[in-house]
Design a binder for this molecule. Structure first.
Ligand code: 0WD
Length: 255
């Protein structure tokens, strides 16, 4: 049931080899899916392309998800190249660096707007664009974090954006369910990636996670990748609108 042969998937959010999106992409590839992998812009192009093309059969496309015209162009290319789409992985988030340092009360209007535009609205935009290609139904997956539910110092406006993202997953799941398209989120424990390095005190988050999680360690990025494959595959055919925790159990603890 975890066999994805004959399925086409698009993955957003590969910045480098540490990206969570890269781990999910590798998992999808090994399960047999044909992959289109996007990168944000020319700045990331060289590193991203080197990685993407190391997966046999995978193809690289540029798409900044804050730009409607780039989303339109990408899905036009995907339709031409693959015809149908079966899975979409959204592993993208951004907030201006200053918003992830000081106090939440100082969140700026612009920082709030940018964080929500890139980290939340983009899921709605790419899902809408994917629907016409998901003729046989499909699976849409995004990445969230526990800071959506509980206060994680320094996570600030990104916590508010992740709460909106989790709610967006539920509304999308309701709308798209009638087209046999499932929408879910993975809530991952802290993993050292490029995006994580922008969060002040990230090392402390990992330390506390390893101390308090029932499994007494941090999560491995490949565990997130494997859950991504599960959610993209028919093994999860009855699951939609959910937030699945891949956090070594951290979220169940009261203290
Ligand atoms: O601990 C962690 N690393 C966790 C990450 C725990 C739980 C959740 N997550 C989430 C993140 O919030 C994000 O939604 O997982 C997702 C992927 O994050 P990542 O793998 O930790 O980080 P990274 O490898 O940096 O990938 C995120 C990428 C961007 O990288 P940078 O750091 O250059 O902003 O999202 C992409 C970009 O490649 N991205 C965009 N892609 C297209 N258009 C855009 C954009 N406008 N903005 C950012």
């Amino acid at each position: 049931m975890m066999n994805l042969e004959g399925r086409n998937a698009v993955v957003f959010g590969v910045a480098n080899k540490r990206s969570i999106a890269w781990s999910i992409a590798q998992g999808l590839h090994h399960a047999g899916a044909k992959l289109a992998i996007t990168y944000q812009n020319e700045r990331l192009e060289q590193e991203a392309k080197d990685l993407i093309l190391s997966l046999p059969g995978a193809e690289a496309f540029m798409c900044d998800v804050s730009k409607d015209e780039e989303i339109d162009r990408l899905f036009g290319q995907l339709k031409q190249r693959y015809g149908k789409l079966h899975a979409l992985v959204h592993s993208v988030a951004f907030a201006p660096a200053e918003e992830l340092k000081g106090e939440f009360v100082n969140t700026t209007r612009e920082g709030f707007r940018v964080a929500h535009d890139i980290s939340v609205y983009s899921l709605i935009a790419v899902s809408r664009a994917a629907v016409p290609l998901m003729e046989d139904g499909g699976s849409i997956l995004t990445m969230t974090y526990y800071g959506a539910e509980k206060v994680v110092p320094h996570y600030n406006v990104m916590g508010v954006a992740k709460a909106a993202l989790e709610c967006t997953v539920r509304y999308l799941a309701y709308d798209l369910g009638k087209k046999k398209i499932r929408v879910n989120a993975i809530s991952a424990g802290p993993i050292k990636t490029l995006a994580a390095r922008g969060i002040a005190g990230f090392g402390d988050m990992q330390k506390s996670h390893a101390e308090r999680a029932p499994l007494q360690r941090n999560v491995d990025v490949n565990e997130v990748g494997a859950t991504g494959v599960f959610l993209a595959s028919d093994a999860s055919s009855g699951i939609t609108g959910e937030v699945i925790y891949v956090d070594c159990g951290y979220n169940i603890m009261g203290f």
